[in-house]
Design a protein. Structure first.
Length: 418
């Protein structure tokens, strides 16, 4: 290891802890810049749309450059344009770009496949391969600095919001998991929510136990704050009963009872797909509560799963839920969507053909491509939320994950993301 980079890595934690949460990332990048004798080092955070990077800066004096301001804080949006920045994130590979003033190194800042942002380093000389490998490791370490410190400040969240949030969007955002992507050795999953203008109450959720994946996709009736509140009741109940160790059918029954008893609108309900995947055997228990059927992609062929039909949660809470199951094989992909991906203007999208064409992509990139496809046929402003969750089961739960700088090198490629 390059001694200068080794010194930077050893000093990163101390620099982050000595700084305030708002200044932690800047303190870490400053340490790295000194170690590499870099002309500049900066961190660009991925925005919430998944289609741009945002450069955050503290600009207390002088005229403000183009960008959003919050006091002395400046956020400059850099939309993806198919260039090296986007390539670095989509392929999860360090990019080296030669320019007039030196060499720019672009390293993905990633944790378990979740794209957090990009480390941008400007050097006066071309870096050796060993130095690039250490830069990639440093970018991975930076991911943990961001994850730890964003718990204490709104700065990162503010920077990621390239469009304003209304109250219902704020509620919906809090119902989603902290990370949209997770690589777990025997599985890779990624979810996405493309919100409508009025917020349609969609959510997705997941949690990994030692040998089990729990997941859900829900769609609350209506739009706006009322829909978001119904979704809150459903998701909170599902999480509460899941964490209490209740069975999948008990989770559904309790969520239905909670919505029926406490919802702010008479006759409220939410549709849902609830799942529990045994990561050793591939057996996946599923409950369909009035929802669009899940799609299984096996050997490149998508087909809807036939499951026992149940009422939407909250509709007839005294009727017990019935579960079905499917036995996954290594290499299978399961896709769960809401009706915003299939109805109204989105019906113009040939979802089956699109899923077939994306079979080789990492779930993160497949989810992005599907969201883009829905916007292309039904956007730019959707009439209903469009939500999806993609789960790849690789089998071999006892086999360790093979990762490099936060990305699983054995997962499906993202090299052909376009």
């Amino acid at each position: 290891m390059d001694p200068s980079v080794e010194a930077a890595l050893s000093g990163m934690l101390a620099a982050a802890e000595d700084a305030t949460p708002v200044n932690a990332v800047e303190a870490v990048t400053r340490e790295l810049g000194v170690a590499l004798h870099a002309d500049s080092v900066s961190f660009l955070i991925a925005d919430l749309s998944g289609r741009a990077l945002v450069r955050l800066a503290h600009v207390p004096f002088g005229p403000a450059p183009d960008g959003r301001r919050d006091g002395d804080e400046l956020a400059t949006v850099m939309p993806f344009d198919g260039g090296p920045q986007e390539d670095a994130l989509r392929t999860q590979a360090v990019q080296v770009v030669k320019g007039d003033s030196g060499w720019t190194i672009l390293a993905p800042v990633t944790e378990r496949g979740e794209v957090i942002g990009l480390l941008e380093i400007l050097l006066g000389a071309e870096p050796a391969p060993a130095a690039l490998a250490e830069i990639a490791r440093t970018a991975h370490a930076l991911a943990f600095v961001v994850i730890a410190n964003r718990r204490h400040t709104d700065l990162f969240e503010w920077g990621q919001r390239t469009t304003p949030f209304n109250l219902s969007a704020e509620i919906q955002r809090r119902l989603l998991p902290s990370a949209f992507t997770c690589e777990g050795g025997s599985l890779t999953l990624s979810g996405w929510l493309e919100p409508s203008a009025s917020i349609g109450g969609d959510t997705f959720d997941y949690s990994l136990a030692r040998d089990t994946l729990h997941f859900s996709v829900t769609d609350a009736m209506g739009h706006g704050v009322t829909s978001a509140l119904i979704a809150t009741l459903g998701v909170a109940s599902l999480r509460n009963s899941r964490r209490a160790g209740h069975s999948l059918t008990e989770q559904a029954d309790r969520a239905g009872a909670a919505v029926a008893e406490h919802a702010p609108a008479k006759g409220a309900f939410l549709t849902a797909i609830l799942g529990r995947l045994d990561l050793h055997t591939g057996t996946c228990a599923l409950i369909n509560a009035g929802h669009v059927p899940p799609i299984l992609i096996r050997d490149g062929d998508p087909r809807e799963l036939a499951l026992p039909r149940n009422f939407a949660l909250g509709m007839f809470p005294e009727t017990p839920a019935r579960a079905g199951s499917v036995k996954l094989r290594p290499g299978d992909r399961m896709v769960v969507v809401t009706d915003g991906m299939r109805e109204r203007n989105a019906a113009a999208l040939d979802l089956t053909a699109r899923l077939r064409s994306l079979a080789a992509l990492h779930p993160r990139e497949a989810a992005r491509s599907l969201a883009d496809a829905v916007l292309a046929v039904a956007g730019p402003v959707l009439q209903d939320d469009a939500t999806l969750l993609i789960i790849d089961w690789h089998g071999h739960h006892d086999r360790p994950r093979r990762s490099s700088a936060g990305a699983d090198v054995s997962a499906p490629t993202s090299a052909d993301y376009r």
